[in-house]
Design a protein around this ligand. Structure first.
Ligand SMILES: *Cc1c(COP(=O)(O)O)cnc(C)c1O
Length: 335
């Protein structure tokens, strides 16, 4: 695709990821034909959505002469695990700042260590400050660190999902599947910014609904318009990404649809919604979704289907963002 040619990109993902029907689940879930886009199979030390962002983020860091990357996330961060793997491929040192108290090395946290990342613990609200503090310490020691924001959700990261949307449109065209309603989890918003911008640039006309996985950022702000703040931030990232691509489009908060109805007991708290969704997909199709993001978003999709939310859509596409590597860390909650 020509618009991507001017940005440096490092091949990290196995692309295109498969897009396939879910025949048995389609039959039983009560909505139009159901498809899945397998970004759990991007292949970077298991897989996941951050791999597409990191193709642009890591290439940029290398291009600017950096020798170290710093990023942040939760204790079971898929983003940190994929960043650690990408850094290993690129020959960069990797530091991950994890919010919370030190935890036993299971799931993604075990993989971070196996992949050679240095783990730093800090209270969650302090993650950004700790990343910049580390960057200063490393720079003072003669290193050249690059700070990648939480979730890799800046303009360059979002470009990975603009490209992904073009990839999906090609696959839909090849299979003759009509513009499905796309459903996926959203958290730091870069994936959503890229998908919605990509849809606009590729002329995609199907609906797009993001399922919020965590409380919206800035939940402490007094006027309680955190949802609007989040959408303004996502639109800003999308518009910065459009600028990077030299595309003359502008998106507004109203171009993004986020559903906040499935937050349950909060980020990373597994409940019946996730437990049931994980089992239903596994038993109908032999595919695993994760406990924190994809399990919650699939649970939301199944519940929305039961309410008739997809009645006007020709099909539904679940975009699997890849977090089954966290399953074992939640074994106790999933049993
Ligand atoms: C990070 C992540 C998301 C959310 O993507 P954002 O770009 O941060 O909104 C969804 N699913 C999984 C598995 C993730 O790791």
């Amino acid at each position: 695709m020509q618009i991507f040619d001017k940005l440096p990109r490092m091949a990290l993902a196995h692309l295109p990821t498969p897009m396939m029907p879910l025949p048995r689940l389609s039959h039983e879930y009560g909505g139009p034909p159901l498809w899945i886009k397998r970004d759990d199979l991007t292949g970077l030390a298991t897989g996941g959505n951050k791999t597409r962002k990191l193709e642009f983020l890591i290439a940029d860091a290398v291009g600017r002469g950096c020798d170290t990357v710093i990023t942040a996330g939760g204790p079971q961060s898929n983003h940190c695990r994929q960043t650690a793997a990408a850094a290993a491929i690129a020959g960069l040192d990797c530091h991950v700042v994890l919010g919370g108290d030190p935890q036993p090395p299971v799931g993604n946290l075990l993989l971070d260590e196996l992949l050679g990342a240095t783990v730093h613990w800090t209270p969650k609200p302090n993650r950004n400050a700790r990343m910049w503090e580390l960057a200063n310490e490393l720079a003072a020691a003669g290193r050249r660190p690059d700070v990648i924001p939480v979730g890799g959700s800046n303009a360059l990261g979002a470009v990975g999902y603009v490209a992904a949307m073009f990839e999906l449109v090609d696959q839909l065209r090849a299979t003759g599947a009509a513009g499905p309603h796309i459903v996926f989890p959203t958290s730091s918003g870069g994936t959503q910014a890229g998908i919605v911008l990509g849809a606009r640039l590729a002329g995609y006309e199907g609906r797009i609904t993001a399922i919020s996985i965590d409380q919206v950022p800035d939940e402490q702000i007094p006027d309680n318009r955190a949802d609007e703040r989040f959408l303004a931030q996502v639109a800003g990232v999308a518009n910065d990404a459009a600028g990077r691509l030299g595309a003359d489009v502008s998106l507004a908060a109203g171009d993004f649809v986020v559903n906040y109805d499935y937050l349950g007991a909060g980020y990373g708290v597994v409940g019946a919604l996730e437990r049931d969704a994980i089992r239903r997909l596994a038993r109908a199709e032999g595919i695993l979704v994760g406990p924190v993001y994809s399990g919650r978003a699939l649970g939301a999709l199944l519940d929305l289907a039961a309410q008739g939310y997809f009645a006007d859509d020709p099909a539904v596409l679940f975009w699997h963002t890849g977090d089954e590597s966290a399953l074992h860390a939640y074994a106790h909650d999933l049993a």
